[in-house]
Write a protein that binds this ligand. Structure first.
Ligand code: MN
Length: 343
């Protein structure tokens, strides 16, 4: 992205890994809503020009000083969160909100490139039995894993997820398949709710909110007293207001949005019910957890992948992701089409 609303495929010098870094030859990179925001100039943290992309899988093809050369050839998924290790947040184990946070594809060059350099510790080995397509979804799955780790999940919880986009659908899998709890999910598109059923939702757990309020929909499903665990994966300021209103006493609410528009939340509702709001940004070292879940067959992140597009057609891929939510969910850029390996 040269500047807001200007995207091009360009030949750049091959990046050399610095000390402590690896260079990854990218195979698949997922398009995220936040990439679209950067493209349109709606991300306040990014500087231009920028190679964007923070969800990707590939193979290590070079290492910098101090990195074991035996890692060359390793299949890896890269955690885009680069932190200092010394500030307050890092010292208390919250590296994803490091004071000098640097995110691949936002603050430094990212994965929409045939080659990208990253700290060696951020490149997690992907076992051979996990496909490349699946491995490219580890990052957005880690986002879902992070917000559930922030809120905690109790076996008594009745959960509600707003929005059956990539993050909402990944969240659904974490709640249904890892924790085994009741989890309702909303959307306005039946196609997305069909994907939710493919991700493990029961028929009655999907709610099309076109023409019906969430409270009525939950009451019709026998939910008494409101959800005890709510996630806003739509990230509209009005959703948080509604979530606070409908939440059961002692409920927790997970927030993922980045809107600058204030939500009007009465303190009375929070205090009366002792609600907890848990904001969640990116992920905090969740890659090993997610890789373990996939390895054990607990979750299938690749369910959300609807398209693979050759990277030279990036404009078409962005268009698909942005304008055709009925037809597309996670769109992957393919940097190695024609290569048989790592499908
Ligand atoms: Mn993302």
């Amino acid at each position: 992205v040269d500047q807001p609303n200007s995207l091009a495929v360009r030949e750049l010098p091959l990046p050399e890994p610095a000390a402590g870094e690896v260079r990854v030859r990218v195979r698949y990179a997922g398009i995220c809503g936040s990439d679209l925001h950067i493209f349109h100039g709606q991300n306040p943290f990014v500087s231009y020009p920028r190679v964007i992309g923070h969800e990707f899988f590939g193979r290590i093809d070079a290492v910098g000083a101090g990195v074991d050369a035996a890692r060359i050839g390793e299949r890896v998924s890269v955690d885009p969160v680069v932190s200092c290790g010394a500030c307050h947040a890092c010292r208390i184990g919250r590296r994803n909100v490091c004071r000098s946070l640097s995110v691949l594809g936002v603050h430094r060059q990212g994965g929409f490139s045939q080659f990208v350099c990253a700290p060696a510790a951020n490149a997690y080995r992907v076992p051979d039995h996990i496909s490349g397509v699946c491995a490219s979804i580890i990052e957005p799955f880690a986002v879902a894993a992070n917000v559930t780790s922030r809120t905690g999940v109790l076996k008594e919880d009745i959960a509600l997820i707003y929005g059956a986009g990539p993050v909402g659908l990944n969240l659904l899998q974490v709640l249904k398949k890892v924790h085994g709890i009741k989890a309702y999910i909303t959307d306005r598109l039946d196609e997305r709710l069909a994907l939710a059923r493919a991700c493990g939702a029961a028929e009655d757990e999907t709610i099309n909110t076109t023409g019906i309020g969430i409270e009525d929909a939950l009451r019709a499903r026998g939910v008494d007293g409101g959800p005890t665990l709510i996630y806003d994966a739509v990230c509209h300021p009005a959703i948080l207001e509604e979530a606070v209103r409908i939440a059961a006493p002692a409920a927790r609410i997970g927030i993922l949005g980045f809107s600058a528009v204030p939500s009007a939340i009465p303190q009375q509702e929070l205090t009366k019910k002792e609600l907890s709001l848990h904001a969640s940004r990116l992920n905090c070292a969740m890659f090993p957890t997610v890789i373990d879940w996939i390895s054990r067959g607990l979750v299938q992140p690749e369910h959300i992948v609807t398209h693979r597009v050759d990277f030279r057609n990036v404009g078409e891929a962005f268009d698909l992701a942005e304008r055709n939510p009925r037809y597309s969910c996670k769109v992957l850029l393919d940097f190695g089409s024609g290569e048989a390996a790592d499908d």
